[in-house]
Structure formats: C-alpha cells, structure tokens
Design a protein around this ligand. Sequence first.
Ligand SMILES: Cc1ncc(COP(=O)(O)O)c(C=O)c1O
Length: 443
Amino acid sequence: MKIRDVLLSEYGRTSSIPSPVNRLMTDFAVGFRDGRDINLGVGYVNEQTIPNQQIQLACERVLAHPKKYRASLNYGGAQGSPNLIESLRRFHIENRIGGITEQILNSRDIVIGANGATSLLESITHVLPTGIVLTADPMYYIYCNDLERKGFSVVAIPEDNQGLDTGFLKAKLAALDTERSTIRFFYVVTVNNPTCTILSNNRKRELVDIVTRLSSEVGRKIPLFFDNAYRDLVHDSSVEPLESALCYDELGIVYEVGTLSKILAPGLRIGYLIGSKGPFLDSIIQRTSDIGFSAPLINQEIASYLLDNGIEAQIEKVNNGYQQKAKQVKTWIAELLGDNVQECRGGSAGFYYYLTLANVATGSTSDFFKFLTRTTGQEDVDGPSDFQYPKVIYIPGEHCVHPSGEMVEVGKRQFRISYGFEEPPQIHTALKLMKSAIAYSLQ
Ligand SMILES: Cc1ncc(COP(=O)(O)O)c(C=O)c1O
C-alpha cells in the first residue's frame, strides 16, 4: 500500500510553505557576504544599543541574590516573574508612560509572554475564535501572515500620516454590515511597522471610541490591541508625548502589548501584555504555560534588574543613536534618490523609512529588486558570477500592503528600509546602489 505523507492540519499545510518575506530573507542570508552585502531588510536592532555589560552585571546580581531572585534558573510561573511584573508596573507609573497611573493599573494585570511580544500576539490567535481582524495598511506583515494562516480574515484600513484612517474605518465598518458581528479584534501598531507612522493621540482616542461603540452594538466586548513595540523609540522631540490608550478605556477593551526587545535586547525575549483582569487574560496565561511554562526565568529577572537600575539612561542612549542615524539617512535619501521619491514615511520613531517611488516598481520581479540582488542575469550589472557586486536587500511594499486592500497598486512602488542594524557607511553605499537601481529601472 502506498503510504502518504504526514497528514497536516490546515494550519500545518499553510505553514509548510515559508511566507514570501521569510523566503526572501532566507535566500539573501544563505549567500550573505559579510563586509560586502548590505541588509536593510531585517528588523534587527543596532548591536551598539544592546547593553552587554549591564546585562552581564544584571545576571551576576540576580544569581548573587537568591532571596530576591528566587530559583532564577528553575521553572517560572506562567503569568511571569513577580519581580519583573512589579518592575514593569513601577516603570510605567514612575515614568508616567503614556500618562499611565497607579489607578489605571490597579484594575489591570500584566502578563509576560513565553517568548517576547510575538508569543503573546500568537497566543491571541489561539484563544479568540476566527473571524475578522482589523488593522492598518501597510500592515505588520509578520503577524498578519500568521493570522491568515490560522484562518482569520485580515481587513486592512489605509493609514495616513496620523496612523489608521478612522474616516475610512467608519466607512468600512458600515460596508461590512451584518459581518460586523464576526469582528474578533482590532490590532493597531502605535509606531507602525513597516512605515514608522506614529498613531496620533487623537486617532487613538477615536479608535477606542469606535471600538467601544461597536462593542455595544454587537453586545460583546471587542478587544483592541495596541502593539507598542516601538513606543519607547520616539526620537524626534517635536512629536507630541504619546498617551496610552488605557487612559481612555472605560469599557475595559484596550490591551497594550509591549516588549523590551527594542530598548534592551531582542535576545532576552521579554514581551508583556497589559489589560483588564478576566477570562481573556487568564486564557493567555494558560496558553503561556502550554507552550513553554514561562519565559526563561533568568531572563525575566535580568530584565527586572535592568528596569530597576538605569533604564531611563539606556532608553535615552538608544534614542540618541537612532535619532542621529534617522537624520543622516534622511539627508542621503533626499540627496541620492531625490525626486524619484514620491513619499517618505518614518524618521521620528523606530528605525525604518518607508518609501514610495514615483514610477519605479520595487517588487521581487522588478528591475530595481533584481539590480540590487544581482539577479538581472547580465554580468555587467551583477558582476562576475564568482564575485558579484555588493547586494542590497529591503522589504518590498508588495509584502507590506494587504493583497486585497486599497494599497495594492501603490504598494508595488513602495519599500521599507531599516537603518537599525547596518552602520551609516553601509547604509550610504546601499542608497547609492539604489540610485543606480532606479537609473537601471528607468533606462
Ligand atoms: C510591530 C512589532 N510587534 C512585535 C515585534 C516583536 O517583538 P518581540 O521581539 O518582543 O517578539 C516586532 C519586532 O520587530 C514588531 O515590529
């Protein structure tokens, strides 16, 4: 008898094919030549922002104080280390992060994810039924891809320079008509990935208002998740201080997802969720237990120590670095790409620029992409096969906009570049190559 291959679930089947962005990044990473190729595609933080010595010191202190940091190399509890939860509470209250007060946090809980904010976002997909998820377009493609593989239907609402366009959202909700009852949650990234557009306080307030009304209309609380991954990386002092949506939340539908990845180190894998106590948060805690009991306790205790000792200086240092890079890169974009750039988002927070080119396609089959990845097939452009010219990778807009959303067409001329990971000289070289890639595309 013929034996068929392992029987996969629908999720297993869709996951057995790597996502387009994963494929792109893997292909590039395989042949990556250090010191020659330039990766503006990854969301890696800048290595110089990671406080190696403080982390080492924190680890020593944690291990040297077993009374406070109990059994830190043992298993941890599923909600998270009590030390870390207390440190996060204090961090938010003492720094009045987004205007958060003790009173706001009293009716809320903080839970720590098994593996960064990503694991919390992933957990949400397991404890909420499938249905419609509303988000901004361009969207955080990693999570939206996960949602769609799990059977959710992502509806992406275009953003403008203040974030998700609430006028558009209202029209979309009206058009959804009876389907509104299948809306499961909203997912909004406060400093968006890929665009780094900052969601303005007005928009945030309007969003809470819209989702509060919608909840009354359907007779069920619809959670509104704000992903604050880059919230602490606003490095432009002219930006209004960002308020926490928890301040406007009367119904208890707002949840904020945070991470220490961008301000300390992604390798610590510390992400947290703040929201109303109740069955939803309890289910997330159980899910954390199911997938790995807890984040590594030692990492949680190290993070707690770092939050209690000098986090403000660390955040300032990180932001100074990105601020300088943002300014420098912006000048180079203007100098080198000039009028070919129709729109440029970002530069005030996080570490991405999101560009729209006037009339050059950027997708993975475009001349622009092929020039930069040295896959034109022409030796004079790609270089000799045994020593190709430097390659540059970026994230094409076609992967960032929703395939059935309003931005599909413009997305074909857009791309995200990161100024996080690579150092300025490499970014400069990459932008010079992009200038040549534009000329090649237009010839
Ligand atoms: C919008 C957004 N959310 C979440 C994450 C992941 O956070 P973590 O490292 O805590 O899993 C990222 C990482 O780049 C991100 O861009």
